[in-house]
Design a protein around this ligand. Structure first.
Ligand SMILES: Cc1cc2nc3c(=O)[nH]c(=O)nc-3n(C[C@H](O)[C@H](O)[C@H](O)COP(=O)(O)OP(=O)(O)OC[C@H]3O[C@@H](n4cnc5c(N)ncnc54)[C@H](O)[C@@H]3O)c2cc1C
Length: 431
């Protein structure tokens, strides 16, 4: 069950909701309809699949249980980071060199799709380029060196730069890190304004969006029927994009994605002398631990500080009280700064951290499990699904070739089992 503290039917009381620029509103589904494609889930995956399909000439509907952007897409850290999956080498046996190269380049294309969408539809979402990976340990620095050498080899078209410990204050006003890897092609944005802007763009193109329409049953066959509490859609092709919120929709997808709680606090706007000390170049940053800290400045110069991956299925009782000490470990001089917003959401995590994109049946597609990299990867998944529905399966096949493990424990015990496993890895981080 969703925790009502962070998952009431309305948008969470976040900094994003308080500063939203658009107010898209769409009707609930009523009566019987027919579309070429029905998409379930109005986050980045669903809305962008609809955009890509509508642009290819299909009639598309999107249905969401609550509102556009209600899920992770309207609550996330807003970090737009290159790359799909972690450690693509582990899939060499299944997808070969060609597959690894293809996925690597998709990891770059994913960010370009977001930038293009913003430019094409003039979406006001505070896009700012500049991102830095932060090393907690020397071994992370060696990983960064390899990553930079690889990016140079495959022709990553943006500037990257390794930083030594003594140079870290150029990027972050903290003594916690031993080095970094800057990427000037990645960056950050206002995630709720992005998904709202994309939904308005989809509607402008002719996509029919239905909010407050929980899907309660799906009948699959040569055509599929999607049944909500007050209406039904018959469609030739169905696309399931419920990600970490898939519970109750499809048991196969549910068994392969774990909803992990992640939480964010937003400070009051910081005076210039403080925010230029905290993040002097206004970059988004992430550290390298299993339960990582990720943070950035908002357009009005608040610190948005996220972290605390939680697999137990229970949200912390007081998010700010839990997150503030983490923030103060990094920036002790923010002791007197007020926390004005706190919220959380579910990240969909798969066992091998590669996004799960493909088909359950010839006419039933899905996309989920982007881990903490869904802002970019969801846009790539949407394009791949649209290509495939349009008969171009050349690229989706690389992702379809990778097998994804079911998490053991069934619906009730999956999360507690993983919580135990994660505590072990957190312990390793400490040493
Ligand atoms: C706190 C947090 C921080 C994050 N930070 C980052 C970050 O900085 N960078 C990054 O790249 N990624 C980040 N992520 C991950 C990223 O936000 C997600 O991967 C991405 O938004 C997933 O988009 P989606 O469209 O697949 O799913 P969602 O946006 O979660 O959308 C799923 C939708 O499905 C709907 N749905 C579910 N069941 C039904 C049903 N039965 N009927 C109808 N509708 C249904 C839900 O209502 C929901 O709107 C973060 C996630 C969280 C939670």
């Amino acid at each position: 069950m969703l925790n009502p503290r962070t998952h009431s039917p309305t948008l969470p009381d976040s900094y994003y909701a308080a500063t939203r620029r658009y107010e898209p509103q769409f009707p609930a589904l009523e009566g019987d309809h027919h579309y070429d494609v029905c998409v379930v889930g109005a986050g980045y995956s669903g809305i962008n699949t609809a955009i890509e399909l509508q642009q290819r000439g299909y009639r598309v509907a999107v249905v969401d249980r609550f509102q556009v952007g209600w899920g992770a897409s309207g609550r996330n850290g807003g970090q737009l980071i290159r790359g799909i999956g972690h450690g693509l080498e582990q899939f060499r046996k299944e997808i070969g060199e060609e597959g690894i190269q293809a996925l690597a380049h998709m990891g770059f294309e994913a960010v370009d799709i977001v930038k293009q969408r913003i430019a094409d539809f003039d979406i006001q979402c505070d896009l700012k380029l500049g991102y830095c990976d932060l090393a907690n340990r020397k071994r992370h620095l060696r990983d960064f060196e390899e990553e930079k050498a690889w990016l140079d080899r495959v022709g990553y078209p943006h500037e990257t730069e390794l930083l030594e410990q003594s140079e870290m204050h150029q990027v972050v006003g903290s003594d916690r890190y031993v080095g970094g890897l800057i990427d000037r092609g990645s960056g950050h944005l206002h995630p709720l304004n992005l998904i709202h802007g994309e939904a308005l763009a989809a509607a402008y193109l002719g996509v029919h969006i239905f909010e407050h329409s929980p899907v309660i049953r799906i009948d699959e066959g040569d055509t599929c029927t999607v049944i909500t509490d007050r209406g039904r859609i018959e469609c030739n092709t169905l696309v399931l994009c419920a990600n970490a919120y898939v519970q109750g929709l499809n048991s196969t997808l549910e068994s392969k994605v774990l909803p992990a709680g992640s939480y964010i606090i937003a400070t009051e706007p910081l005076p210039e002398d403080i925010h230029t000390r905290v993040l002097p170049q206004d970059m988004a940053v992430c550290d390298q631990r299993v339960a990582l800290d990720y943070y950035r400045l908002s357009a009005d110069k608040r610190l948005l500080f996220g972290g605390r991956c939680n697999y137990s299925g229970r949200d912390p009782k007081h998010i700010a009280a839990t997150m503030r000490p983490d923030m103060l470990k990094v920036f002790p001089y923010l002791e007197d700064v007020k926390i004005e917003f706190e919220w959380g959401g579910m990240i969909g995590i798969g066992a091998n951290r590669l996004p799960q994109v493909g088909r359950l049946k010839p006419n039933v597609y899905f996309a989920q499990a982007y881990a903490g990299h869904g802002v970019n990867a969801s846009h790539m998944a949407a394009r791949l699904i649209a290509e495939s529905i349009h008969g171009e399966t050349e690229r989706i096949r690389h992702l379809e070739a990778v097998r994804h493990m079911r998490f053991p424990g069934g619906h009730r015990f999956r999360s507690p089992l993983l919580a135990l496993g994660m505590s072990y890895y957190r312990l390793l981080d400490l040493f």
